[in-house]
Design a binder for this molecule. Structure first.
Ligand code: NDP
Length: 349
């Protein structure tokens, strides 16, 4: 059974004695900075000189160059994309780390995959929200919390866990519950979802579309049924409110029988081999090496895969159904947690 920490398990005092620097003001950086400030902490934001920095200043933060923040802070939250963290950390953070400082990550990836190896005399901790940045902020403002994984990779000060707990409380996670986890576990669950669960969903959805169209169905009607009607979201919502399997009782008996009987035969050996391969590549570090090499080449593989995905006929159906898509988007933007102001820009490879 997982150990779950709540507000009463964490004390913000340990952070009030420290200088907190947040590196990055994107998804998580903005949400966590605002939440920590609203929790009574003083936060400085480190960012390059561009619109993210302007946004931090508009939000009332003291925003400085990354190196200046690293020099002045003794608790440093790394809230820039995972793929740029190793270089930024090596060049702009590491030279300014002193014994007893703390480095905090929102993902286990770079530490577990040894893409960042911090000096031994600093605390290395993780507070990893299981929530997008906008949700982290919106739920905090609503007085609610969100799930979060915390972990300690290095405890140089002897107080690393207290620090991780205090950060989890300051961003609002312990209101709901922060799970005691590790950098390794966070990496596994995150990458395995990205490399097994979501690919499976993408593949099954596109096969559903392709086979129905091959069998004479109208692509626009299939696309509407597949995702634009919102049924997909409603089922996912019911999995949370009713239970993963218990929500089946909201479906007809025909549907229940069809879903459960066919799920039994959906794991042929070839699929299981792919699932095991994905796990092995994550555990051995082969995926981390493959992704690092891909980035060094400038991401031609990712660009090609993205192009291929955007050429799928499902996109053409969505374009024809633009007004339905906009109407449904409005329904879900109003009902969801994802209704904060949009990010300044999307990062594309
Ligand atoms: P974002 O993509 O939103 O980060 C954008 C920020 O990073 C901006 O401030 C941007 O500033 C800065 N940045 C980007 N590239 C560089 C660079 N080369 N040098 C310096 N600064 C740079 O990141 P996320 O918030 O999505 O992710 C941050 C961390 O949180 C990651 O570890 C991620 O795994 C984790 N996480 C993310 C979640 C999410 O909701 N996305 C959920 C849970 C955890 P600039 O204008 O200078 O480019």
């Amino acid at each position: 059974m997982a150990k779950i920490y709540h507000d009463g398990d964490a004390d913000l005092e340990i952070l009030k004695e420290r200088t907190i620097g947040v590196i990055g003001y994107g998804n998580q950086g903005r949400a966590q900075s605002l939440n920590m400030r609203d929790s009574g902490l003083r936060v400085t934001v480190g960012n390059r000189d561009d619109e993210y920095k302007d946004r931090a200043i508009q939000d009332g933060f003291d925003a400085q160059p990354i190196e200046a923040v690293a020099r002045a802070s003794n608790v440093i939250l790394m809230l820039i994309p995972d793929e740029v963290q190793p270089e930024v950390c090596e060049r702009q953070i590491r030279p300014h780390l002193r014994a007893g400082d703390a480095l905090c990550f929102a993902s286990g990836y770079n530490i577990h995959c040894r893409r960042i190896i911090p000096p031994k005399d600093v605390d290395v901790i993780m507070t990893a929200p299981r929530m997008i940045g906008q949700g982290v902020r919106n739920l905090y403002q609503q007085g609610a919390g969100f799930p979060c994984l915390i972990g300690v990779h290095q405890d140089a000060s002897g107080r690393a866990l207290d620090l991780a707990l205090a950060l989890a409380k300051a961003i609002g996670a312990t209101r709901l519950g922060a799970f005691h986890s590790s950098f390794e576990e966070e990496t596994l669950i995150d990458l395995f979802a990205e490399q097994m669960l979501w690919p499976g969903i993408i593949k099954l959805c596109t096969l559903y579309f392709e086979r129905l169209v091959e069998n004479g169905c109208d692509p626009d009607i299939v696309a509407t049924e597949l995702h634009l009607s919102g049924e997909f979201v409603e089922v996912a919502r019911a999995m949370i409110t009713e239970g993963f399997f218990k929500q089946l009782r909201l479906h007809s008996h025909t549907s229940q029988y069809g879903q459960l009987s066919r799920a039994e035969r959906m794991a042929p050996k070839a699929l299981l081999r792919q699932i095991d391969k994905a796990m092995e590549e994550i555990r051995s570090g082969a995926f981390a090496r493959e992704w690092a090499a891909e980035q060094e080449r400038g991401c031609p593989g990712l660009q090609g895969l993205t192009r291929k995905a955007l050429e799928h006929p499902l996109n053409a159906a969505e374009e024809r159904l633009a007004s339905l898509k906009d109407a449904m988007a409005r329904v879900y933007i109003h009902r969801g947690i994802n209704n904060a102001t949009p990010r300044p820009r999307n990062r594309q490879y």
